[in-house]
Design a protein. Sequence first.
Length: 335
Amino acid sequence: PEKPGRMVKAEFKGAGTKKILLIAHMDTVYLKGMLAKQPFRIDGDRAYGLGISDDKQGIALILHTIDILKKLKFNEYGKITVLINGDEEISSPAARAYFAKLGAEHDATFSCEASQAKSDRIALTTAGIAAVNLNITGKASHAGSAPELGRNALDELSFQIQQMRNLSNPKEGIKMNWTLATAGTNRNVIPANAFATADVRVMKKEDFDVVEKEVRDRAKTQQTPDIKVDVGFERRRPPLVTSPQSLQMAEYAKKVYAELGRDLVLGTVAAGGGTDAAFAAQDTQNPVIESMGVQGFGAHSNDDEYILLSSITPRMYLLSRLIMDVSKGKVGDKN
């Protein structure tokens, strides 16, 4: 998609009462021109390609699962809603409220982000994501003939970053890391403006308040007089927290997977990434399961991204069975 906010939605009506939401996303992080360096290829059990794990496989998994249900003539669900998001990689600014609405309207949500190549798992917990934005406004001046007349925004930015560099709290699952910074216009000009942003991850939504308060309190201490420090704190994605209903669904999924002789790992500890599933879970206690996709590796990295071909059939079986068993009331009932 060329613009944030583009989504693809489809609804399939059945003869039952249960409503099931399937989600994936079609955007990726790669720059133009990278396809020439990493073309699609198959090598043994691995299929390589840009975005193949994050999240083309999720789209393919949903499409083929729907096709399987049709070929089996299974229609005992009330409705299956498929939503393919177009701006997941920028924290879904246009889709957040819609995900929350749909999540509350459905009896179960299955998010088809990839599982891990090294761990055949589903995820019940994911990190919440926020951003700290620092904007420093100083005063430009000639760096050679009159530096004292300027107010160096870069100096102040460096000071602010240093005094906020220890806000991570591993014990509480809080991570804050400065990741981007810009300043100045020319080598011989005292920079009048500087900007930096930090990535924040939390396990509890209350920790957003903890980090924001500490950042704002520390920013009140400034090194440079007559300079302006603006702090912005943007909550981009809530954490997905394991609910009793999600855990029940996950334990049932583990039994289904065992029918194939495979051990499904239940991820109750967040690995650090965020998810659209957290928006879907925001206003409901109904089960929301993440990482229902095939096993993959290499998303958001310089490594060649791939999926494991041997995981396609087991994962398609798992998703199909869960849809069928939720529809039949075998799992997921509030009672």
